[in-house]
Design a protein. Structure first.
Length: 140
């Protein structure tokens, strides 16, 4: 299999195997007009198996979404065919409009224009809480 290298763009590496399509959907990569390559189940010494996403254009990425979905991802910024910058992610302290509150009594259920805001309460368990109703949302 041959996946061309990119001269300017982004490579998302060290994605947990099988999670690349979730990331593709959350980041709305289907709306891009550039080439996007999803490489699944790549052999990895460190991870066993991993996914990789290559984006053949420099775009703004929501690093909070990536950190929430998979804090182990490495974001490689490519310039002139080489890695110009590497970003290592972590769980974001706050999520704004990344996930929705599922509590039917939350004010966000009634007031549709309110932002859905969650704050990290327990990093070890990856637990977030809605700032309005304190409903728990965990990512596992």
């Amino acid at each position: 299999m041959k996946i061309d290298s990119i001269s300017r763009g982004i490579v998302l590496d060290h994605i947990q195997a099988g999670r690349s399509m979730d990331i593709y959907r959350y980041l709305h990569l289907d709306e891009l007009e550039c080439s996007v390559a999803i490489i699944r189940n790549v052999k990895s010494e460190a991870m066993g198996r991993k996914d990789i996403i290559k984006i053949d254009e420099a775009i703004d990425l929501d690093l909070n979404v990536l950190g929430y979905l998979d804090p182990g991802i490495t974001v490689n910024i490519i310039e002139n065919g080489k890695i110009a910058e590497k970003k290592h992610l972590e769980l974001p302290k706050e999520l704004v409009n990344v996930v929705r509150c599922k509590n039917p009594r939350c004010i966000t259920s009634v007031e549709g224009s309110l932002d859905h805001i969650f704050r990290l309460k327990d990093a070890a368990r990856r637990v977030y809480r809605c700032i309005y109703c304190d409903a728990e949302r965990s990512k596992g």
